[in-house]
Design a protein around this ligand. Sequence first.
Ligand code: ISE
Length: 333
Amino acid sequence: MALRVAVIGAGIMGADHARLLASEVPGVKLEVICDADETRARAVADLHGANHVSTDPLSVIADKAIDAVLIAAPDRFHAELTLAAIAAGKPVLCEKPLSPEKKECLAILAAEEKAGKRLVQVGFMRRFDPSYVEVKSILNAGTLGRAMMFHCIHRNVSAPSNFEGHMAISSSAPHEFDIARWMLDADFTSVTVYRPGGVKAVPGAALFMVLETAAGQLVNIEVNNNAAYGYDVRGEVVGEKGTASLRSPINAETNAALQNLTSYAADWRPRFEEAYRRQNIAWVQSISSGKPAGANAWDGYWATLTAEAGIQALSSKQTVAISAVPKPKFYAA
Ligand code: ISE
C-alpha cells in the first residue's frame, strides 16, 4: 500500500517536496498539502495531484488517514510539528534546522527516545548529494591520508525576504555544520565567527567561520547570502596526501564571442535536485524497511548547538567552546 504523506508548508521547499514526492518517489500517495494560506496550499495540491488541503497542521498530523509527515513550514514551527508527529507515532522528514533553538532539539531527542522508535529524519539533503558522497568515499578510501582541513563556501544570490536576525547562522550555515561533521566523522569543539570589515550587518551579510573538531581538524566556512552573482556551494577536503573538491553539476557550456561560459543557478534547488530526490526516496524506503536513513535528530541537535555557539561567537567576537550533552545510546549506529 502506498505511504500516505502530508506536506506541511507550501512555500518554496514545500512545493518542491510535493513535486518530488508526486513525481519522483515510488510508493507515495500525496494526500494533503497544509499551509496557513489556503490558496497557496490549493495551488500546490492542484499542481501535484494531492487529494486534500488544510490550514490546520496539528489535525493533519493526528489524522488517521496520514501515515507520514514532511515538514517544510517556517523554521520556528519545526519543533512543535515534529513533536506532534512523534506523539502521533508518525515518521517525519523535517526540513533543516530541526529547530533554531537547542532546547527544542533536546525536547525532540527526549520525546523520540520516550517513543522508543526512530521517527525523525532531518532534511540535511547534502548527505545524499553525489558530489559530497564521492568526496567522502575518496576520503574514506584513504587516498588523501588523514583529513586536516575542510574549506566550505556557501553563497546565495540574495537573502530571502523572510531572512532576519542571525538566520545566516541558524538557517543556512547548519547545512555546512552538518556536512562537515558527516564528512570528517568528528564533532566540533569550538567556533569563531568573523564579519569582514566594512560589511554592513544586514541579515545574510557575509560571514567567515572557523571551527575546530575534537581531532584538531580545521573547518572554515564562508556564508554569504548576498553574493549577488549566483548560487554557489563549494567544498574542498585537504588531507595529508592530497585534496578532493566538490564539482557542481554542469549540463552545458556555451562557446561564443571568444568566451567559454557556464551558468549558475538562481537558488539551491537545481544544484541539489538530485540530493533532494535521493533523500526523499531514502526517507520513504527507510519507513518501509524500518532502517533509519540520513541525518537523525541527534545530528539536528548538533547543527543547532553549533549555530547557537556561532551566534554567540559573532556577538562576543570570541572563540566559543561547543559542548554537547552525552549522546543517548538510542542514537548509536
Ligand atoms: C537556505 O536557507 C536554504 O534553506 C537552502 O537549503 C540552502 O541551500 C540555502 O543556501 C540557504 O541559504
